[in-house]
Design a protein around this ligand. Structure first.
Ligand code: HEM
Length: 498
């Protein structure tokens, strides 16, 4: 556990007295001069603000790396650990807290309504996930055809050519999520492509909007270009999503047919916080756009990251790849019953342990608490590192290695579960989906899709390294943790045994 606040934080620059401000600046200046080995290095807006002791968007944070402390806080003391920091998402930032999505809404009746809609309607095993089966099959067929075509076009001598794996996965997964979001027939290829490009750009720059999370008025003045970029991105999303939402609304007419996430949002009612409160109300356009963006972003980015990391490890480990293929083919041929896909699950678990796409979760403290043995003040953040839990050398042997066997019978990870109950007796060994009330609602959806695509991709193709380029597992810590060097592989189509 460690304290991560190193600079003096000005609580509210607009209300500080001049004397206090001068003292704060002098303290920071002395601290900087003491610590600076090469001074001044670069004088830019950020360094000047730091000198003044102002770090916009930065709130004092306590970092927790211990799994037992994390579970005690997130699960057993959920009352105090169920809110995320305000201003965490673009929708909330741009509306100055008026509009909320699931990720940002404070714990309470509004959160219950939004969250229940996603997990009990859109991701309901029958009403949601099973209904999406034709979309999944179509996305897989398009993906396999895309990879085969790219492999053939770059292949010399029929040995399988270089394939930009991330590009292929992104196109297929985004199309699948657009179909489950807006339903069949509403989105054509061109519009899907435009939405994919906008969403990808949005996620790329999203972390930089953090400066607007605190002292927004000051931040807007200082980072005018960045603010304009945020407004531009948001307008683009509105241009793309609102016509599709309206189209879907018209097609449904007065029927209550539910075939997509947008359908569930159109029917949803949330508590009305008007003054005085007015019972329940429908979602407005701004909320709809934010929720659609959240769905498309989360459902595509996370599954894409896990699939890419997994395939990269399979390229590096031909032995694991062969064992997985043998298992999947035997299961498809009807041998071994249900337990026969245990190795597929072990590969996915090992990938989630070693490369969690969401590296940490944050909670905002609305009162003073003690986490482990550290006092944490009201108004500050606690950051729980999911990455560190999965790579803890006290829990896992050779934690940096990719060893799916550890999740097989007799292995140290046998029986590890991803959900953590309040009465959990067993030690928590990994938590890639977070924990407590705000645990990821997309877990079932994710596991289903990763296993489905992985099993099919591994039997349709052989995955090899490129001769000229080694697979590099360096991570890029953007909005999601992805491969810094997008995976390129030599992919050889297989003739399936019937
Ligand atoms: C590999 C796949 C995924 C991983 C590793 C993942 C991870 C996470 C994590 C760590 C959190 C924070 C949990 C916490 O604060 O305790 C979260 C929240 C969330 N995830 Fe996922 N996620 C994945 C897939 C998805 C998918 C497919 C969706 C579908 C839209 C989704 C939607 C959400 C939402 C809406 C939240 C906020 C929940 C709330 O605040 O109540 N995630 N996810």
């Amino acid at each position: 556990m460690e304290e991560a606040s190193s600079f003096l934080h000005v609580t509210s620059p607009l209300v500080l007295s001049v004397t206090t401000l001068i003292i704060a600046v002098l303290c920071n200046l002395i601290r900087h001069l003491k610590n600076a080995s090469k001074w001044p290095v670069i004088v830019n807006k950020e360094s000047v603000l730091r000198l003044l002791g102002i770090r916009l968007g930065d709130i004092p944070t306590t970092v927790i790396m211990d799994s037992a402390v994390a579970v005690d806080a997130l699960v057993r003391r959920a009352d105090a650990f169920s809110d995320r920091p305000a201003g965490g998402g673009a929708t909330t930032i741009i509306s100055n807290g008026r509009l909320q999505i699931i990720t940002t809404v404070p714990y309470g009746p509004h959160w219950v309504a939004l969250r229940r809609n996603l997990s009990s309607e859109a991701f309901h095993p029958v009403r949601g996930l099973a209904r999406a089966a034709p979309h999944r099959a179509r996305a897989l067929a398009a993906l396999v055809a895309d990879i085969a075509a790219r492999s053939a076009s770059t292949s010399a001598g029929g040995g399988g050519g270089a394939v930009p794996v991330r590009e292929c996965l992104y196109a297929a997964l985004f199309a699948l999520n657009a179909a489950t979001c807006f339903s069949d027939g509403v989105v054509d290829g061109e519009r899907v492509e435009a939405m994919r490009a906008a969403q990808q750009e949005f996620l790329r720059i999203l972390p930089s909007f953090r400066v607007f999370a605190t002292f927004q008025k000051v931040a807007k003045l200082l980072y005018r270009d960045r603010w304009n970029q945020l407004v531009h991105c948001r307008r683009r999303q509105e241009e793309l999503y609102l016509p599709l939402i309206r189209e879907r609304q018209e097609r449904r007419g007065n029927t209550k047919t539910t075939a997509s996430y947008v359908d569930t949002l159109l029917d949803l009612e949330v508590p009305d916080k008007g003054d005085p409160p007015h019972g329940r109300r429908k979602l407005n356009d701004g909320e709809m756009v934010g929720l659609v963006s959240e769905y498309l972003g989360a459902a595509t980015g996370t599954v894409l990251a896990v699939l890419e990391w997994t395939l990269a490890n399979l390229v590096l480990r031909p032995d694991v790849q062969s064992r997985l293929r043998r298992e999947v083919e035997a299961a498809a041929a009807g041998a071994g019953g249900e337990a026969s896909c245990a190795y597929l699950r072990a590969v996915v678990m090992e990938s989630l342990r070693r490369h969690p796409p969401v590296p940490s979760v944050q909670r905002h403290m609305s009162r003073d608490v003690v986490v482990g043995s550290t006092p944490v003040a009201r108004g500050t953040l606690v950051n729980f590192s999911l990455e560190e839990v999965g790579r803890d050398g006290k829990i896992w042997t050779f934690p940096e290695e990719f060893i799916p066997e550890r999740f097989m019978p007799g292995g140290e990870g046998e029986g590890v579960r991803l959900t953590i109950g309040t009465k959990e007796a067993t030690k928590v060994m990994m938590m890639p989906f977070g924990a407590g009330r705000r645990i990821c609602p997309g877990m079932g959806y994710t596991i289903l899709h990763i296993e489905y695509f992985l099993a099919n991709l591994i039997t349709a193709f052989e995955w090899h390294p490129l001769e000229a380029e080694e697979v590099n597992l360096k991570a890029d810590h953007g909005f999601f943790t992805t491969m810094f060097h997008p995976l390129q592989a030599r992919v050889v189509p297989r003739v399936r045994q019937s």
